[in-house]
Design a protein around this ligand. Structure first.
Ligand SMILES: [Zn+2]
Ligand SMILES: [Zn+2]
Length: 447
């Protein structure tokens, strides 16, 4: 179970025998009313006297004075608030602003905020080769201790490697003031781990990808934590916020240990990123990360249910058509769906796609031959109807439309979000079997 020593999370060594893990040296402090100890926590792990705190205008209004006041008792603190019209974006302009505000004699940076602020500071401090401190303000996503900064290069969502914070300070009293939609977002991000786990295990059957049992265990623990605290999360109580935050940090740890986001992200994340990119392209607001992941998870669960209720004998590999498994057809599809700039980047970033006709047949063969065994291995997946009733208990959205995603964007996400990266998912299985379009039509209207 989760242990603490003076509010510091104890990170255990993985118990698996995989030989590639990274043991994170993360210093994460979690507790009620701990923000007053920030100077001590930071001094435990970082040498230096000058720091730049980065936040957005709204968070600065809410917490700036208090947090900067506390930090100023131990450090010389400079404040950086990148300008933004509405919500701050992790884009070229915001990163450029932070880099220009930075002075060479600053010793470290502080991110006061949640997703976007952390992503920006993570990347900026990585480029500047200085440590950063993450002071969280909402349990809304699992990226606090990520080594990846999802950034926007124009309207393309790119995942840039960076580093995790040297110190993380997560005061539950601050977190509990986050609005309910941010808690729902955090919950949605954790529920998405069902799909990440299922797709990872599915891939181990179909492509032979290695699965780490310890990371799967962390992910199970995260899911169980939020499921056993639904009532508390619905109340925004300190207990609920703590469970949610711990779940998000556990999945963050799984990513650090596995050195990639495989334990925590699959096509439910691709769908969320797809919607975000498409909305940016249209110049319209997009759903938050966790909200999008939570809703996409419902459709992924429905696809699992549909695919495994098929009779495998109804699929004849001799009748498969080439479709987008042809390289130039795939390229035209990507340019059409994603637009020229983003589409071209996807082509360049995924040189292994499309897979060859032989590889496709091999995969189809494995799937059909091991259908029952794989179906059994997926029996941990919940019924999407049960997840829907939890979402309604939390007052969250219940379908794509309710987060502003029109039918055509839902359908395109079901068909093409999987192409955004080569990571294997059930959507690739359905595509390889030549039945993705039919299944997508069947699940478009079920919520
Ligand atoms: Zn996420
Ligand atoms: Zn392992």
């Amino acid at each position: 179970m989760i242990e603490y020593k003076n509010n510091r999370l104890v990170i255990n060594r993985p118990t698996c025998s995989c030989n590639y893990h990274c043991i994170p040296d993360a210093n994460l402090y979690i507790g009620t009313d701990i923000i007053g100890n920030s100077v001590e926590y930071i001094k435990n792990h970082i040498n230096g006297s000058k720091c730049m705190i980065v936040t957005d205008a709204k968070l600065h209004r809410l917490f700036g004075q208090k947090v900067i006041g506390i930090l100023s008792t131990g450090f010389e603190v400079f404040t950086c608030i990148p300008p933004s019209e509405d919500n701050l974006k992790p884009d070229n302009a915001a990163l450029g602003y932070i880099m220009m505000e930075y002075k060479p004699d600053y010793d470290f940076m502080i991110a006061l905020g949640s997703g976007t602020v952390n992503d920006l500071v993570r990347y900026a401090s990585y480029l500047l080769k200085i440590p950063f401190v993450s002071i969280g303000t909402a349990p809304s996503m699992d990226g606090y201790i990520s080594v990846i900064s999802p950034m926007l290069k124009g309207n393309l969502k790119i995942n840039i490697p960076a580093d995790y914070p040297a110190v993380g300070i997560y005061d539950l009293d601050i977190m509990a003031t986050a609005p309910p939609e941010m808690l729902f977002a955090g919950f949605g991000d954790v529920i998405g781990k069902y799909i990440a786990k299922a797709d990872w295990i599915l891939s181990s059957y179909i492509t032979g990808e290695h699965v780490c049992p310890y990371c799967i265990e962390l992910s199970d623990q995260a899911i169980n934590l939020v499921l056993s605290n639904i009532d508390e999360i619905a109340k925004n109580s300190s207990l609920g916020v703590k469970a949610l935050l711990e779940a998000l940090l556990l999945t963050g740890l799984a990513m650090l240990i596995n050195t990639n986001s495989r334990p925590a992200a699959s096509n439910e994340h691709n769908m969320g990123h797809f919607w975000e990119m498409m909305k940016l392209e249209e110049g319209k607001p997009h759903p938050s990360h966790g909200e999008a992941v939570g809703i996409a998870t419902l459709y992924c669960l429905a696809l699992y249910e549909k695919l495994f209720s098929l009779n495998p004998a109804s699929i004849n590999p001799a009748h498969l058509t080439e479709g987008n498994f042809n390289a130039s057809a795939r390229e035209s599809m990507l340019l059409k769906i994603y637009g020229i700039t983003v589409g071209r980047s996807i082509v360049t970033d995924n040189p292994d796609e499309p897979i060859s006709a032989d590889e496709r047949l091999k995969r189809v063969d494995i799937f059909l031959n091991k259908f029952n065994e794989i179906k059994e291995a997926m029996s941990f997946l919940p019924d999407y109807r049960d997840i829907l009733s939890i979402y309604s208990k939390l007052g969250g959205p219940l379908n794509a439309e309710q987060i502003g995603i029109e039918k055509y964007l839902l359908k395109n996400a079901l068909l093409y979000a999987k192409d955004y990266r080569s990571r294997y998912s059930i959507f690739k299985t359905a595509d390889e079997l030549g039945i993705l379009e039919n299944l997508a039509d069947e699940i478009l209207d079920i919520f």
